[in-house]
Write a protein that binds this ligand. Structure first.
Ligand SMILES: Cc1cc2nc3c(=O)[nH]c(=O)nc-3n(C[C@H](O)[C@H](O)[C@H](O)COP(=O)(O)OP(=O)(O)OC[C@H]3O[C@@H](n4cnc5c(N)ncnc54)[C@H](O)[C@@H]3O)c2cc1C
Ligand code: HEM
Length: 353
């Protein structure tokens, strides 16, 4: 189905080809599946509006403009007609046209509104690129315009070596006056963008950074109280940003950060966090290693060690999908109330809506 859609689109409107990744073969489909899901849920349009507005604003980073929307609509209808055959009736065609029109209207209006206040993407020059393990790099980039974001948020990022491919990465710092942001990137086996960022990127290269997104790991300004943070691998990034936020806000709460890794070598940011720990009496950082017989510190699954320190704090969890699922399951089993568990996972599709 995606193949037919893209063939129809590029044949009818060749000018749209340049908006998409160079190699579509290497790319999982991001657009067609979402289009079908969204349009067929149009009867819930009120629930969808906030998401569609963000999607429309965000589509500016693909260089999509209002004139492209009818082209995608036509290619979608041609695809449905092809696959539905006799079941494609004028009434159905009418319904889908209306539904697509409505969704496109919300997206284009929101894009037009956003373009009066923010750029389609920011540019960030890499000013530091530190390989910390064979598979993890810490990257610092300086953005070309002010970039308001909340600690705990992420952004979709694209890099010149992999043009037009966008992936989400979390900021590992609270906003700074010099507009720099830190990213912690781990190579995923066979991963297109992570490999380029860790092995190919260097100082002076420029990243494209989309608008900040995500609210699952941000601190609720209305809630105070101590925090227990549980990180798996580079899931440390947004939780380190929370630690920095508590430090900037003035240490009104105690924070315990448990950082999990398979081996001690993978504790890629231990030096920086140990320094923070030594400087701040309200902070306690505990590294936990699961597969390293020679390691002298805490052993086991990071959640099991963290649970020993749970005294009713709000808990924040971030890491791979598997780590987050296991961790949240164990927290619930141990009686942590669901409303106090905040989590986000590094999925490959970023598809959380
Ligand atoms: C909100 C959010 C925040 C994120 N923050 C970070 C971060 O701070 N640091 C970081 O290193 N990553 C982060 N990620 C993951 C990141 O967006 C990419 O998915 C990851 O870097 C892989 O991209 P790729 O292009 O290299 O792999 P792709 O070319 O997209 O995929 C290659 C293969 O690996 C699989 N795969 C893709 N991503 C993952 C994954 N995360 N885990 C396991 N298998 C995967 C794919 O299914 C595919 O088979 C975040 C993801 C989300 C949704
Ligand atoms: C109703 C209209 C549309 C909907 C609901 C929609 C939805 C989506 C979604 C959910 C994604 C994945 C999100 C992401 O990767 O950030 C996506 C990606 C994309 N969309 Fe749209 N879209 C629409 C219209 C358009 C139009 C008109 C164009 C321009 C031709 C376009 C071009 C793209 C591109 C280039 C991508 C990235 C594809 C990739 O990386 O493979 N979209 N779209």
């Amino acid at each position: 189905m995606p193949l037919f859609f893209y063939s129809a689109l590029f044949l009818m409107y060749p000018q749209t080809r340049d908006l998409f990744p160079v190699s579509m073969a290497m790319q999982r489909d991001r657009l067609v599946g979402a289009l079908g899901r969204i349009i067929s849920n149009v009867d819930r349009v009120d629930d969808l509006v906030p998401f569609l507005k963000q999607l429309g604003r965000d589509h500016r980073k693909f260089s999509v403009v209002a004139e492209h929307y009818p082209a995608v609509g036509q290619a979608l209808l041609a695809t449905l007609q092809h696959f539905l055959g006799d079941r494609w009736t004028p009434a159905l065609a009418h319904d889908w046209t209306q539904a697509y029109g409505l969704v496109a209207k919300v997206m284009t209006e929101s894009a037009a509104e956003a373009s009066t206040t923010s750029p389609p993407w920011w540019e960030g020059e890499i000013i530091m690129h530190e390989p910390r393990t064979p598979a993890i790099a810490v990257i610092r980039a300086r953005l070309n315009h002010p970039y308001p974001f909340l600690p705990g948020q992420s952004a979709s990022i694209s890099f010149g070596l992999r043009p037009r491919l966008w992936r989400f990465y979390s900021f590992a710092n609270a906003p700074r006056r010099d507009n720099t942001v830190d990213l912690h990137v781990r190579v995923v086996d066979g991963g297109t963008v992570s490999t380029a960022l860790v092995y190919g990127a260097q100082r002076g290269d420029v990243l494209r950074v989309g608008a900040p997104v995500g609210g699952r790991l941000t601190l609720d300004p209305g809630r105070s109280g101590d925090l227990l943070l549980i990180a798996g691998g580079t899931g440390l990034a947004p939780l380190k940003a929370l630690v920095e936020q508590v430090a900037y806000d003035g240490p009104r709460r105690n924070v315990r950060l448990f950082m999990g890794a398979r081996t001690s070598r993978e504790l890629y940011d231990l030096e920086a966090l140990s320094k923070l720990d030594a400087e701040n009496p309200w902070l306690c950082v505990v590294p936990v290693v699961s597969h390293d017989g020679l390691y002298r510190g805490e052993h086991g699954h990071v959640v099991d060690v963290a649970l020993k320190a749970w005294r009713g704090q709000d808990v924040f969890v971030c890491g791979s999908e598997e780590m987050v699922q296991t961790t949240v399951g164990r927290l619930l089993d141990a009686g942590v109330p669901p409303g106090q568990i905040h989590f986000d996972e590094f999925t490959s599709d970023g598809g959380k809506q």
